[in-house]
Every structure is written in C-alpha cells, then in structure tokens.
Design a protein around this ligand. Structure first.
Ligand SMILES: Nc1nc2c(ncn2[C@@H]2O[C@H](COP(=O)(O)OP(=O)(O)O)[C@@H](O)[C@H]2O)c(=O)[nH]1
Ligand SMILES: [Mg+2]
Length: 327
C-alpha cells in the first residue's frame, strides 16, 4: 500500500500570512525616487482571451481589500464569451473604511491622501485578449505602450482608432512602464501564443519597456497545486514549466511568475497567502523593473541624479523559492 503523503507542519509552509502582510505593506509604500515620487506606474496586461487578465485584477483587489469575499471589479469569463470591450485603467483605491480594515486585518498602514483616500502606486491596464496570431498591431498595442490610447477606448478586432480616446501628446508618466504577458501554463507553447509572444518580446525591447510573464492557471495544469496551493513553490513540474517558458521566449526565468488566481478552484478561499504572495510578488517585480528602467531613461535623460539607494529586497518569497530549488 502506498504511504500517505505527509502534510508539512504550518511552520514549514512557504507562504505565511506574515510574509504576505510584509509584501503588501512594501507594495503600498512603494514610491519612485524624486522627482517622480508622485507618479503612478502603469502595468499593461496582455495575453490570449481567457488567460486570467481580469482574474489578476480581481485577485489583487481581493488581496488589498481583505473582506473575506472575492472582488468583482472587472468581469471574468470563460474565454471567448467575456471579452474586455474597452481599454480600461483600473486604479486600486482604498476608502477610509478599507484603510482601517487593512490595518486591522493585515497590520498594513498606508499614507492616505487628502480626503482620507489611498491609491495604490500602480494601476493596471486591461486589454482585449488575442484572438489569433499576429494581432498585436491590429490591437493598436503601440498606442497602448506609448500612452496614446486612453482609458475607455473601445476595443475591436478591426484596429479602429477612436480620436476622442487618443492622447495626442502623452508624457513619460502616461506610458506603459511594464508589460505583463498573461499566459496559461497549459498553452504557453501553442502556435498562436508563440507567434504573439515573439512579436511582443521584440516590441518590448524596441520600446525599452520591461516584460514579465504571469503564468496562470497553474492549478488547472498541475494536480499537486490544485490539491494544495502551497505546492506552487515546491512542485518540480511547475519549475520545469517556468524553465521551458524562459527558453521558449528568451525571457529570464526570474521574470516568469507562476500563479494560481482566485477563480475556479473551490479549494482556495479569499485571504490565502499561497495565492496572494505570488501575485503580490508579480506586482513587486513589475514595480522594481519599472523603476529600474525609469532610472536609466527619464531620470538620466533629465540630468537629474536620483539619490543613490538600493531598493530594499521584498524577496521573502523569491529567496525561499530559490533555496527550495537548490535543496
Ligand atoms: N483555476 C483557475 N482558473 C482561473 C485562473 N485564472 C483565471 N481563471 C478562470 O479563467 C476564466 C477566464 O479568466 P479571465 O480573467 O476572465 O480571462 P481574461 O480573458 O484574460 O480576462 C475565468 O473563469 C477565471 O475564473 C487560475 O489561475 N486558476
Ligand atoms: Mg478579461
């Protein structure tokens, strides 16, 4: 008879509530160096329909609003039926009662603006999913990246530009600071995704915008993760999949973040650190990559020397994962 798989005691689990709270606190307190400290970073989500772009937004909202229920700020759907029809910019805003709740439940204190409201230092741009290979130009992705396309621009499959939603003179604050390609773990090697990813990698390099991959639906692809969300950090098959994606797209493995999002797996409940830490880690990576690029471009270009400092590592998850992989 096969031996039962031992369940590790809680102190040996990779994802703890304390680590999640620390990471959430770091993200809420993130600021670019002067004179850009008032900027809000723009992260563009891009990927095939049904990959989990909207689920990323809702899961992040759930993590920032610890109410014990899933957020539905944008509609999620099962692929084709629920296409995002408008280019939408999602701000993560905390009202005074949300701020109190975040402090009580997560120990995270945020610096509220006038009116007692707090806005996260990033916003997320949600786009329509790819519908076939080679559609990035039809999607007007260059306009999205440069900041010309504004919130509310209708999205269609004919690449029509709606003048009233185009910003004729976007500034560096309006442009996309980091792109997040959202790819389901099971589909990373399809012809459509390979073609679009190759084009996306080229465009990101040409526009000097960092690109990170969110590898979603890891639970649907790997049974150990479906059974126990904590296994996303230790499952060998997940690690191999990350390495395969890295090799396929010539992207560093550290810029590929495997995720299980809140959505279809009934085993995961709002507030689970094993869901929220990898997701917050994705946001942290995107913020650091954006900052790095802005130091090389805008700050250097303006002749402003930013104060020399090393951003403190919020690598509780990354370091543990690296240690686990070595063992
Ligand atoms: N099990 C599981 N389901 C997911 C995950 N991410 C997204 N989904 C589900 O996949 C479907 C499509 O997701 P959605 O976010 O609408 O995709 P979008 O078209 O990229 O915005 C929804 O039913 C989600 O609940 C995940 O990581 N795991
Ligand atoms: Mg969507």
């Amino acid at each position: 008879m096969a031996a039962a798989i031992p369940v590790p005691p809680p102190e040996h689990q990779s994802f703890t509530a304390a680590d999640r709270d620390a990471l959430l606190g770091d993200i809420c307190a993130f600021k670019l160096p002067p004179p850009l400290e008032a900027w809000r970073l723009n992260f563009l989500l891009i990927g095939p329909a049904g990959a989990g772009k909207s689920a990323i937004i809702n899961s992040l909202h759930t993590a920032m609003h610890p109410r014990g229920v899933l957020s539905e700020v944008v509609e999620q759907g099962g692929g084709e039926e629920q296409l995002t029809r408008k280019f939408s910019k999602v701000l993560f805003r905390l009202l005074p009662k949300d701020i109190q709740r975040l402090k009580a439940k997560r120990g995270v204190e945020v610096e509220a603006e006038r009116g007692g409201v707090f806005h996260a230092p990033f916003c997320i741009l949600d786009t329509m999913g790819w519908w076939s290979a080679g559609v990035l130009d039809t999607m007007l992705i260059n306009n999205m990246m440069s900041g010309r396309m504004m919130d509310g621009h209708p999205l269609s499959q004919d690449g029509h530009e709606e003048e009233q939603f185009m910003n004729p003179s976007p500034t560096p604050a309006d442009k996309v600071h980091c792109m997040i390609a959202v790819i389901p773990a099971s589909e990373y090697n399809t012809e459509e995704i390979r073609a679009n990813m190759a084009q996306l990698v080229r465009k990101a390099r040409a526009a000097n915008i960092p690109l990170i991959v969110a590898l979603t639906k890891v639970d649907a692809q790997f049974a150990p993760v479906k059974a126990d969300a904590q296994a996303i950090a230790t499952c060998e098959a997940v690690h191999s999949c990350v390495c395969a994606v890295a090799a396929t797209y010539s992207i560093k493995a550290c810029n590929i973040v495997p995720l299980q999002l809140y959505g279809e797996n009934p085993r995961v409940k709002p507030g689970d650190p094993a869901i929220e830490i990898p997701l917050l880690n994705l946001v942290w990576k995107a913020a650091c990559a954006s900052e790095d690029r802005l130091r090389q471009t805008v700050l250097r270009g303006e002749g402003v020397s930013p104060p020399s400092y090393q951003r403190p590592q919020s690598e509780s998850f990354g370091a543990k994962r690296a240690a686990q992989m070595e063992n």
